[in-house]
Write a protein that binds this ligand. Structure first.
Ligand SMILES: [Cu+2]
Length: 222
């Protein structure tokens, strides 16, 4: 009870919370626009390491200042597939006691980091498209970067699933896999409002990967 009987009643905390509720619900609704992807191969098997994208019809927001690193560890690249937005710088830290020599001849980014001993200089990925990485010293080392023209991308898990949260609007939904063959499936032009799901079937052929030999300090640069 107010000690000033003539003063107008002040809203209680509970009343304030009730007033806030519609705004909170609206904010939650804005966050709930999700696209659930399922990516399989032509035999219906789930595809891990596919990149799914939602490319907005209106200009995409610029990349966030993300620290993206692809390590060389135990004579392999980690991770195998990385997606970044156009305009992102990536470093290639060497976590191994031996040298690596990272290169790409892909049109989206040609570069090499010769005899990378520790922390590499960063490489700016400024054009969209796939980039295949190799190591000049270790033939079997292989990894991929997908440079996306959008901040909305994800990588599928072992069940071929990935989920994106995007602002409501018009999008081109796409999928890519490093081992896809032939033409990729056409992009799906959709309007996202609320949740929706999108399935892609990618024609893939998993190549026989070069075997990783046992570690021999006298070979392959130590
Ligand atoms: Cu190497």
């Amino acid at each position: 009870m107010s000690i000033f009987p003539d003063a107008p009643p002040r809203p209680t905390l509970r009343r304030a919370a009730l007033l806030l509720l519609p705004a909170l619900l609206a904010a939650a609704g804005a966050r709930a626009d999700t696209v659930s992807f399922k990516v399989t191969d032509q035999g219906g098997r789930p595809l891990i390491d596919a990149v799914v994208l939602a490319v907005p019809a209106k200009p995409a927001p610029p990349p966030r200042a993300a620290r993206v690193a692809i390590e060389q560890k135990d004579r392999d690249f980690l991770p195998f597939v990385t997606a970044v937005q156009v305009g992102t710088a990536v470093t290639f830290p060497n976590k191994d006691p031996m040298l690596h020599h990272v290169y790409s001849f892909s049109p989206a980014k040609v570069f090499e980091i010769k005899l990378n001993a520790t922390e590499s200089p960063s490489v700016l990925f400024d054009k969209p498209g796939p980039v295949a990485l190799g190591c000049n010293i270790h033939d079997w080392m292989e990894a991929y970067i997908y440079v996306a023209p959008t901040p909305y991308f994800a990588r599928t898990d072992a069940q071929g699933n990935a989920r994106l949260t995007v602002p409501a609007g018009a999008y081109s939904l796409e999928a890519w896999h490093p081992y896809q063959t032939g033409a990729p499936p056409p992009a799906a032009q959709v309007s996202v409002a609320g949740s929706r799901s999108q399935a892609f079937t990618l024609p893939v052929s998993v190549p026989q990967r070069k075997p990783k030999p046992p570690h021999d300090p006298k070979q392959y640069g130590g």
